[in-house]
Design a protein around this ligand. Structure first.
Ligand code: PLP
Length: 446
């Protein structure tokens, strides 16, 4: 099929996630047909640097032999079998690997398919933990303002991303929202701890909230508060997990073990949908008992623990370890910080936040006054569109430009992303006129 045929099919039938579809339909979509290393290749053979790791999940690049082989090998045996009533080798092997790399004390793994599901499982486990242990009144949560945990109903409730979730507010359950500060969390715990099941946080960095970096020691402080007020800690590491911040998990920066740890995205190296919720023995043991006691966790999905996805995850974790990938991110992060520093000279650049290979660059109409652009101008989306013309795929969060490359990215490719961003921002003279051009073809931003 020609590119035009594929574009026509997409326009006719595909509804894209997080996408302004009327603008999408006015544009010519880029059709990706191949990937190679850190590059995406379109239907005309043009190469693009995958600067967002195919939405924050790719680790080793595309077409990685070890992962390709693991999936092919698994295919010669079985593609899928259920975890309901049956064990399978890939799930067992992967669970052990996850427990070995996770913060000490997380011993049990419950598999799902997407990050949002991993958080839903954590919320249900937290509430049922208290039910099973004789405190059924502990049913609410402390969430952090501007945290994002996914788009299912529970995840939307505990996260607070009004920009995305406004129409669904009537569907959401009540949550106590704290500012990302220990005093704010403690105030809520003081008043409500009797009815609170858990505090849920994205440790170290709130990703979709704009790559907001927490104060040093925040995760440790949350753990201490939770222990003092007898509530659980849910750490959502769907974005920060698997080396992204320069440690295997963001909780490791503070040597914290949460009661429940949610992982997804990078687990399979960005190959196949797989997520998991890890639990401590204390949580798990509360679910033991005779069937008639009603302590069982009645939750599961058809593709839970899919062996193909688990085989990819096993190969990905092995490769991370063989290549010392997490240490390499930690070692190279200061180089990336130096590259980013140059952007600070530019007129529209506000804060630049970075942890490991997670970066947010704020674009502001007047950084000195902290004045944002008119959102209608969609400056972030426009910048990313110009980058696409230069062979770089980035995707903004509003007017925050996100750089989230595959962990294997080489220095010269990182440099190219930052140089191209520098070039495009330098040319932001167009911003004056962009407000009048809001019908322009910018189809994808958050
Ligand atoms: N939690 C965090 C911290 C995330 O960043 C995301 C996705 O960006 C999710 C949960 C939801 O994951 P998924 O899109 O796989 O459902």
């Amino acid at each position: 099929m020609t590119t035009a045929d594929l574009q026509a099919l997409d326009h006719r039938h595909v509804w894209h996630p997080f996408t302004h579809m009327s603008q999408w339909l006015d544009d010519s979509p880029l059709v990706i047909t191949h990937g190679e290393g850190v590059y995406l290749i379109d239907s005309d053979g043009k190469r693009y640097l995958d600067g967002i790791s195919s939405l924050w999940c790719n680790v080793h690049g595309h077409q990685v032999k070890a992962i390709d082989d693991a999936i092919r090998n698994q295919l010669t045996r079985i593609a899928h079998t259920t975890q309901l009533g049956l064990a399978n080798d890939q799930v067992a092997i992967l669970s052990k690997k996850l427990v070995d790399i996770a913060p000490t004390g997380l011993e049990k793994v419950f598999f799902t398919s997407d990050g949002a599901c991993a958080t839903e499982v954590a919320f249900k486990l937290a509430v049922q933990y208290w039910w099973n242990t004789g405190k059924p009144e502990k049913t609410t949560f402390v969430g952090i303002a501007e945290a994002y945990h996914g788009d299912t109903t529970g995840a939307m409730s505990v996260g607070m991303t009004s920009a995305f979730h406004k129409p669904y507010m009537p569907l959401l359950f009540k949550v106590h929202y704290a500012q990302p500060a220990l005093e704010s969390i403690e105030q809520l715990l003081l008043k409500h701890h009797d009815t609170i099941a858990a505090i849920c946080l994205e440790p170290l960095v709130m990703a979709a909230g704009g790559m907001i970096v927490h104060a040093d020691g925040f995760t440790r402080g949350v753990r201490e508060l939770a222990d003092r007020y007898n509530v659980l800690v849910i750490a959502d590491e769907v974005a920060t997990g698997f080396g992204r911040t320069g440690k295997m998990f963001a909780c490791d920066h503070d040597a914290v073990t949460p009661d429940l740890l949610c992982v997804g995205k990078g687990m399979t190296g960005g190959y196949l949908p797989l997520a998991a919720t890890l639990a401590t023995k204390r949580v798990f043991d509360a679910f033991l008992g005779a069937p008639h006691e009603g302590k069982t966790f009645f939750h599961g999905h058809t593709y839970t623990g899919n062996p193909l996805a688990c085989a990819a995850a096993i190969a990905s974790i092995d490769l991370m370890q063989a290549n010392r990938l997490v240490d390499r991110v930690a070692e190279n992060a200061p180089n990336l910080a130096k590259m980013l520093d140059r952007l600070r000279q530019l007129p529209y650049v506000g804060q630049i936040r970075q942890k490991g290979y997670m970066v947010g660059v704020d674009l502001l109409s007047d950084p000195k006054q902290n004045r944002p652009f008119d959102p209608k101008a969609r400056v972030g989306a426009r910048v990313c569109r110009l980058l696409r013309d230069r062979g770089i795929i980035l995707r903004p969060l509003g007017d925050t430009i996100v750089i989230f490359p595959p962990l294997v990215i080489k220095t010269d490719d990182l440099q190219r992303i930052v140089d191209m961003l520098y070039e495009v921002i330098s040319e932001l003279g167009f911003v004056e006129s962009v407000a009048e051009k809001t019908d322009d073809l910018i189809a994808g931003d958050f």
